[in-house]
Design a protein around this ligand. Structure first.
Ligand code: IDC
Length: 473
């Protein structure tokens, strides 16, 4: 086989022929393109071609302003040439027109940065070399077109109210980070509810005022158990309860992490139909809100990563169909330990990521039980894939026992260092040492201050209420 460089230009785009659509892979979010951005791109296409088949590599260089998420478009000579299997992008083809959308890990392209993608194809008729490459709709000519003179119509409204959502707006994943509307990495710090079926009384105007105002938290994780008298017993009521908490968080400028709290059974597929029903409802209802993040399965256990990945690739499109731009967080093997609790490690995810854009992966720890091996895995993962600690405890994995502030401090320093967002288990008055409030607190009306807090609660409040670092430029 020889590698033949192909001409990039000089061939007119032909009319689009048959409309049989071939869609490979999952739906990806559309790229964000800044209105006033300078644009430009260069594409190098190389292929080896044989009778009936070809294998192509495409190097895409962004000559314009940085982009976060891209779509490469190109056109085959006619519809006799087909993308069969692609890599490093999500491909779709209609007639002769092909689009390749970036993955979560290669969507961020700085000025002069490149991404390499490829595909195997089949062909009949014309030589399969494509033409008319575009990046985010702009023809790749190898030179730059300056953006319009800044008469400045900002696409982003500057912060007005100083709350976490007011400042950061709609979030997205950029590289391995959670990024704000200024495309800058941020860390969200907050608290998880306990099971809504047991502790609903703890979530009211006064307690959420305390979380936003006294704790100065950024995030409320809404933990909706599916079993254990949870969602499965009354889907409409639990859906409404979650939506109500989303609104209460929004009113206080807090992000809301909607946790589909699967635990036992550990196979998320057991709840696949429930997940589709639930997420279709909450995503449709909350699509216009900027404060919602979806956590599609809490702690898969006793199942392989490939099963979890398959679950994610079925649930994420349901969310995207209604709420295309929200971040989705995917649980990992071994109670969301990246596989460590089952003797594995992060490589199973790094080497076989979920086929979807704008997603993160879950890591959970309980500081008195999980120490160096777990920290090492998260540290390695943190530079490879986007991680979110959607739940952790200062205590043992039982939710009780010793409050290990030494280990907790080591953990939280690590999370701060990598800007990994977190939610602590729990913002409740459960009679267990992980709970932030003393038993009985939720029977009264006072949630602010330290008098109502446990040892864990005092520590977490101190830790969370330190100033945020939310870059705005
Ligand atoms: C625990 C609660 C406990 C409850 C139990 C029921 O703290 O009050 O009786 O669930 O299932 C997790 C789970 C989380 C657990 C927590 C502590 O996500 O549901 O909560 N934990 O065991 N993973 C590791 C620890």
């Amino acid at each position: 086989m020889t590698l033949l460089p192909r001409p990039l230009r000089g061939r007119a785009a032909l009319a689009i022929g048959a409309v049989a659509a071939l869609t490979l892979g999952a739906v990806a979010v559309s790229p964000a393109v800044t209105a006033a951005a300078a644009t430009g791109c260069a594409v190098t296409y190389t292929a080896s071609t044989w009778q009936g088949g070809f294998s192509a590599n495409i190097s895409i260089k962004n000559l314009g302003d940085p982009v976060n998420g891209w779509t490469l478009g190109f056109t085959f000579p006619d519809s006799g040439q087909k993308v069969v299997q692609g890599w490093s992008a999500t491909y779709s083809q209609t007639g002769a027109a092909v689009t390749a959308r970036s993955m979560s890990y290669n969507g961020a392209l700085g000025t002069n940065a490149s991404a390499t993608i490829g595909f195997n194809g089949s062909w009949t008729g014309a030589n399969p070399a494509p033409t008319s490459f575009t990046l985010n709709g702009v023809t790749c000519t190898g030179s730059t077109t300056p953006g319009p003179t800044p008469t400045v119509t900002p696409t982003v409204t500057p912060p007005t109210d100083g709350t976490p959502v007011g400042i950061n707006g709609q979030l997205h994943v950029c590289g391995v980070n959670l990024c704000n509307q200024y495309n800058r990495p941020i860390q969200l710090r907050g608290m998880s509810t306990h099971g809504l079926q047991w502790f609903a009384k703890c979530y009211n105007a006064a307690s959420l005022d305390a979380l936003a105002g006294d704790w100065k938290a950024d995030l409320l994780r809404i933990s909706m158990y599916v079993q254990e008298d949870g969602y499965e017993t009354n889907p409409p009521a639990f859906t409404a309860q979650v939506n109500n908490l989303v609104d209460m968080a929004e009113a206080r400028g807090l992000y809301a992490l909607i946790d589909f709290h699967t635990l036992t059974p550990g196979d998320p597929m057991y709840n696949l139909d429930r997940a589709k029903t639930f997420f279709a409802a909450v995503a449709a209802r909350n699509a216009a809100k900027k404060n919602v993040i979806y956590e599609i399965t809490n702690e898969p256990n006793g199942v392989s990563w490939s099963t979890i990945k398959s679950y994610a690739e079925q649930v994420i499109p349901v969310i995207r169909a209604h709420d295309p731009d929200a971040v989705v967080v995917v649980g990992t093997r071994g109670w969301s330990s990246l596989g460590v609790s089952d003797g594995g490690n992060e490589s199973e995810v790094v080497n076989n990521p979920v086929n979807a854009a704008n997603i993160m992966y879950t890591f959970h720890f309980y500081a008195a039980s999980h120490t160096d091996t777990y920290r090492a895995a998260l540290t390695r993962a943190a530079t490879r894939i986007p991680m979110f600690v959607t739940e952790f405890g200062t205590v043992t994995y039982t939710g009780g026992g010793t409050v290990d502030l030494g280990s907790t401090t080591t953990w939280l320093n690590l999370l701060d260092q990598y800007k990994i967002s977190y939610a602590n288990w729990t913002y409740s008055d459960a009679d267990e040492s992980s709970a932030a409030f003393k038993p009985g607190t939720c029977n009264g009306g006072t949630y602010a201050g330290t008098a109502v807090l446990t040892q864990s609660g005092v520590y977490m409040r101190d830790r969370i209420r330190t100033p945020d670092n939310f870059p705005t430029g």
